[in-house]
Ligand binder design. Structure first.
Ligand code: MRU
Length: 352
């Protein structure tokens, strides 16, 4: 499909996913034949990252329909997986409309995948201009090739800056509790020969205080109409540190991540995941048995802390509302309706 790493493959009518739970120790691909398996893969984080989840869900629809399952049931199964990443609802809505219009679902899923890679490349080109030569870029979680159709959003910006000849290195927060930074960002950047240094989340403030960070670039799971956005838990803390130290904080995301149906960050549903992600690392128990644990997977960064949102249509500066509305109008109607349905539990969306 492309010369870059992608977390998915579509071969001989089967979906193949690189099992991100096992990286970097083991590179295993798992094959899927039905929508229930694809839904479980999304829920269990075999595949993760908002744009990648959208691409994979689209192929889940193809597989479900091939097995003769009704469209609404297939979509409902895939929808009930991860609530924060709006790309999931965006892709399912795009698939639903295409299928109802009588078009080929496989062609549409392939188009969603290719489209996501193209968007990432354009995000990279737009964002590269913000990265000075010699920069140290802090990132949180993994918003790279593994989290998208390929190439990445935040890491796409780094890739494009380096392709433009700039010397750029990455400081990767380990990103407790699932360690997407330590495991996935470190793995894919090392694989590409891009200098990367892993720090624990608690070390970031120290490096800001030392003046070691040029800017932060992160991805997003859902951007509200006013520019507030949800991303991996800990992102808000990075934004606060940027603000305290006068360092620019950038969010890089495709317009399929913009949810014009949600006015601000208070309306974004935050997924709460299993306590075991906090109490254990793989099989090793860290906490006393039976301890009380909270595990919100995402937090919301207010728009006032964001210097710019880097989209495939260019760099958007505050105030974000009007610019996002204009740039996202084409995808916004579908996303807003689908997201509202996700919040209310209705499907299909009443205003679709
Ligand atoms: O829980 P995850 O690993 O799916 O969370 C992923 C993130 O928070 C990413 O930063 C976001 O989805 C953007 S990926 C381009």
């Amino acid at each position: 499909m492309n010369e870059y790493l992608s977390p998915l493959e579509w071969r001989a009518g089967r979906l193949h996913l690189l099992d991100q739970r096992l990286l970097p120790a083991v590179e295993t691909w798992l094959a899927y034949d039905d929508e229930a398996g694809v839904a479980a893969a999304i829920r269990d984080m075999v595949v993760r990252g908002a744009p990648a989840i959208g691409c994979v869900a689209a192929f889940g629809v193809v597989l479900g329909l091939r097995r003769g399952r009704p469209l609404d049931e297939v979509v409902a199964t895939l929808r009930a997986t991860r609530p924060t990443a709006v790309n999931l609802f965006w892709a399912l809505e795009r698939m639903r409309r295409v299928v109802l219009a009588g078009a080929d679902p496989e062609a549409e899923a392939l188009a969603i995948w290719q489209d996501d890679i193209d968007r990432c490349r354009r995000i990279g080109r737009a964002g590269a201009a913000l990265i000075p030569d010699g920069a140290t870029v802090l990132t949180h979680c993994n918003a790279g090739a593994l989290a998208t159709g390929g190439y990445g959003t935040a890491l796409g910006v780094v890739r494009a800056a380096r392709a433009a000849g700039k010397r750029v290195q990455v400081l990767a927060d380990e990103t407790r509790p699932v360690l997407q930074g330590a495991r996935l960002t470190a793995w894919e950047l090392q694989r590409d020969g891009i200098p990367v240094t892993v720090i624990t989340d608690s070390m970031a403030a120290h490096f800001f205080a030392q003046g070691a960070i040029t800017c932060a670039v992160v991805g997003a799971d859902r951007i509200a109409r006013n520019g507030d956005f949800a991303n991996k838990i800990g992102t808000y803390g990075v934004a606060v540190l940027c603000h305290a130290h006068g360092v620019p904080f950038y969010c890089a995301a495709p317009l399929s991540t913009v949810d014009l149906g949600t006015p601000d960050g208070t309306g974004i549903p935050i997924e709460e995941r299993a306590p075991a992600e906090v109490t254990h690392v793989r099989e090793i128990q860290l906490c006393p048995a039976g301890i009380s644990v909270r595990n919100p997977a995402f937090d919301v960064t207010p728009a006032r802390l964001v210097a710019a949102i880097i989209t495939e249509e260019g760099v958007v500066r505050p105030p974000f509302g009007p610019a996002l509305a204009a740039a996202g109008a084409a995808v916004g109607a579908a996303v807003g309706a689908a997201a509202a349905a996700a919040a209310s539990g209705d499907y299909p969306p009443k205003n679709a």
